[in-house]
Design a protein around this ligand. Structure first.
Ligand code: ADP
Ligand code: MG
Length: 238
């Protein structure tokens, strides 16, 4: 059974049809990447999944449950978590304190301490753990954000452009973090434009174009698809 399934999902903003009849299925245990040109509707699709937008029509099933009408916090309780392009960390607190806050919701004080240290080590943040999160480099902030997003041990982790603004080395490290999380059992859906990252992590790739699923397959199938190449012509990649 699919962990996540959308059925004929539509979203209109006024006259704009931003999500167009999207029927999408994500098997548990997968790393699935969503690509597509700027403005294709990738972030909107994520916001629909999270309940930050209500669809104009269609349904969203998660873990066997119809979540279409659930509020964002209810979806998080069902096992969904997200790291957005926009930061959600407390800049005035240290990296360690940020993780402590995130983890206290799920674990008691003793267990939370242990898990904080495990996450700091996993994300290679040990050396900067007591620095103000707002002063960390862009890459380190992104990993801290991933730490916040996984603190609830979600079944599904949504990542919207996790490597935006990263160096190739940081991008690679992010891919390794994602692969490790997946090896531990987490299903991942990532919007991404860096094709090296997609190749590093993705089991499957979907291409969104004008709000529709335009193509779907392995990375090799997608890269070889001339119709996909054509939609990127004359556009900045995204
Ligand atoms: P992507 O993430 O693929 O770049 P988005 O989902 O952010 O694309 O946007 C898709 C289209 O929907 C764009 O044309 C954008 O201007 C429009 N859009 C996104 N959010 C809103 C909104 N809240 N109100 C009106 N139009 C929106
Ligand atoms: Mg976007």
């Amino acid at each position: 059974m699919a962990l996540l399934q959308t059925q004929n999902l539509n979203k209109h903003f006024g006259g704009l049809h931003v999500t167009a009849d999207v029927s999408f299925s994500l098997e548990p245990g997968r790393i699935h990447c969503l690509i597509g040109p700027n403005g294709a509707g990738k972030s909107t699709f994520f916001r629909l999944l999270l309940g930050e937008h209500q669809p104009s029509s269609g349904t969203i099933l998660f873990d066997g449950q119809d979540i279409t009408r659930l509020k964002p916090f209810q979806r998080i309780n069902c096992g969904m978590s997200v790291k957005f392009q926009v930061p959600g960390i407390f800049g005035a607190l240290s990296a360690r304190q940020n993780l402590q806050i995130a983890l206290q919701h799920r674990l008691g004080p003793g267990d939370a301490e242990e898990e904080v240290e495990r996450l700091l080590s996993f994300l290679q943040l040990e050396d900067v753990a007591d620095q103000q999160a707002g002063n960390l480099s862009h890459g380190l902030k992104q990993w801290l954000e991933i730490g916040m997003a996984i603190s609830l041990k979600p079944k599904l982790l949504l990542l919207d452009e996790p490597t935006a603004g990263m160096s190739p080395e940081e991008t690679f490290m992010t891919g390794e973090i994602v692969r490790q999380l997946n090896a531990e059992g987490m299903t991942v859906l990532a919007v991404e434009h860096d094709m090296a990252f997609v190749r590093q992590v993705a089991d499957r790739v979907s291409v969104l174009h004008f709000g529709r699923i335009f193509a779907e397959g392995t990375i090799d199938e997608i890269v070889a698809d001339e119709r996909v190449a054509a939609i990127y012509l004359g556009q900045n990649h995204d």
